[in-house]
Design a protein around this ligand. Structure first.
Ligand code: XMP
Length: 494
């Protein structure tokens, strides 16, 4: 019944996710037992298969922190100077878990606290003498301050001294265990130099534990810091950028190019591997087996797949090259798997079904732009557009983004004339990724359950061995598969 993938994808058609559909298989396990843990690249493990795209309207520090907290990862974009990108990486890595407030309040012992707004959503205010926030003298917790009769009193007269702190190398599990054991409401995390980096409260722990469970734990490195990726280009000056981002702590490098099979990229891959042999490097983008083989030979640890399938992309229209994303993911994954190189399905994800399809067709992770844009964590402010709260989302090949420097991705930085390969748009407010990604992952698990795949690895095996069967959907079948025949329907973004 149906077609095995090898037959379906070898008929000369370029299929997108919506063109194909899997036939259900056999269920002998619960949704919750589905494991979504995976690999971003040869040496980077993630507990959910989600990656935030290196775009300047998607991934800066806040997105990277939340994606890592969920068990995925964010790749900090490079449409900025090397030092701006490095400080975004540093800022993301200095956070332990998403903290409700971006600024931890610091005051001196001579100050007084006249209003609750000083707490800035933090459970406490930190008291230091030092402008670098080292040498913690004490804390004032909000509950103590609220019960204070004289709000004008100097902090030194009532602050709590001898504060217990934890090193910022502890992971969330350690901190949560400590708070429970000591029956404390919060604990500051300090660096080796004694600088207060963050504060974790029992409410933060509850908040994180209260999310619908994903398969695993936040993405943290051996030093307990969040894993963060960085994109770079293929120009000579990107070697300098590489030094900067590695120094700032980037855990993986993504070489950002719309057509990755080039002499420039191959040289850059070799350079990164030679200079930092222990750092994983992800190459791309590619859509064919030939492109993939070249980059694998050059030494990549991961491959990013997709050309023109992104929601803001016009590459296929402007340049007449690209490939339907379902076909591209299947074809590239089939060669990458032979070398143990994980594949990132980049672009074209607009619902959980697309994620199930990408992962089952051989990808190990999905990279998303528009799906994450418009969230609380995406850069930029919300604006009002026709009564709807929206955030800007733009292609990195749009003229507007290229004016800021991203033209190198489209090899247009040395050209006399810039040709747009993307557009500028807006995406409706979706709320926090901390809420909608766990929800989406649960839907993905249900998809895997219907396929009879209890993990990504088992889905890949079932596809390769021909157990999983697919078909192409006709136009009418696609209409039938969507909502139809109703007078009105409120469309949710996930
Ligand atoms: P989604 O569909 O998730 O796609 O919004 C995000 C991916 O699209 C790619 N990208 C572009 N492709 N012109 C293009 O042809 C552009 O201006 C552009 N900007 C981003 C990129 O791979 C991203 O991850």
């Amino acid at each position: 019944d149906g077609f095995p993938a090898t037959r379906l994808f070898n008929q000369g058609y370029s299929y997108t996710y919506d063109d194909v559909i899997f036939l259900p298989h056999y269920i002998d396990f619960s949704t919750d037992s589905v494991q979504l843990n995976t690999k971003l690249s040869r040496n980077i493990n993630l507990s959910i298969p989600c990656v935030a795209s290196p775009m300047d309207t998607v991934t800066e520090a806040s997105m990277a922190v939340s994606m890592a907290a969920l068990g995925g990862i964010g790749i900090i974009h490079s449409n900025n100077t090397a030092s701006e990108q490095s400080s975004l990486i540093r800022s993301a890595k200095s956070h332990r878990i998403p903290f409700a407030s971006t600024d931890i309040p610091f005051l001196s012992p001579d100050d007084s606290i006249s209003s609750a707004s000083v707490f800035n959503n933090s459970p406490c205010v930190f008291i230091t003498n030092d402008k670098n926030n080292k040498n913690l003298l004490g804390v004032v917790d909000k509950l103590t301050w609220e019960s204070l009769p004289d709000k004008e009193a100097r902090i030194s007269s009532y602050m709590q001294k001898n504060v217990v702190t934890l090193p910022n190398t502890c992971n969330l599990k350690d901190v949560a265990g400590y708070l429970t054991k000591k029956e404390m409401d919060f604990v500051p995390l300090v660096s080796g130099e004694g600088e207060v980096i963050d504060v974790v409260s029992k409410w933060d722990v509850e908040r994180i534990n209260g999310f619908p469970k994903t398969s695993g734990f936040p993405s943290v490195g051996e030093n307990g810091e969040f894993l963060v990726g960085a994109s770079i280009g293929t120009r000579e000056k990107d070697k300098e950028r590489l030094e900067h981002v590695v120094k700032a702590g980037a855990n993986v490098i993504v070489i950002d190019s719309s057509q990755g099979n080039s002499i420039y990229q191959i040289e850059m891959i070799k350079y990164v591997k030679k200079t930092f042999p222990n750092l994983d490097v992800i190459g791309g983008n590619v859509v064919t087996m030939y492109q993939a083989q070249n980059l694998i030979q050059a030494g990549v640890d991961g491959l990013r797949v997709g050309m023109g399938s992104g929601s803001i992309c016009t590459t296929q229209e402007v340049c007449a090259v690209g490939r339907g994303q379902a076909t591209a993911v299947y074809k590239v994954s089939s060669v990458a798997a032979q070398s143990g190189v994980p594949v990132i399905a980049d672009g074209g994800i607009s619902n959980s079904g697309h994620i199930v399809k990408a992962l089952t067709l051989g990808a190990s992770t999905v990279m998303m732009g528009s799906f994450l844009a418009g969230s609380t964590e995406a850069p930029g402010a919300y604006t009002n557009q026709g009564g709807e709260r929206v955030k800007k989302y733009r292609g990195m090949g749009s003229l507007e983004a290229m004016r800021k420097g991203s033209d190198a991705r489209y090899l247009g930085d040395t050209a006399k004339m810039k040709i747009a390969q993307g557009v500028v748009g807006a995406v409706a407010d979706k709320g926090s990724v901390l809420k909608f990604i766990p929800y989406t992952m649960h839907a993905v698990k249900q998809g895997f359950q219907d396929l009879g795949a209890s993990s990504l690895y088992s889905a890949h095996d079932l596809l390769r061995s021909g157990v999983l069967r697919l078909e192409v959907r006709t136009g009418a079948a696609q209409v039938e598969g969507g909502v139809h025949g109703l007078v009105s329907y409120e469309k949710k973004s996930f």
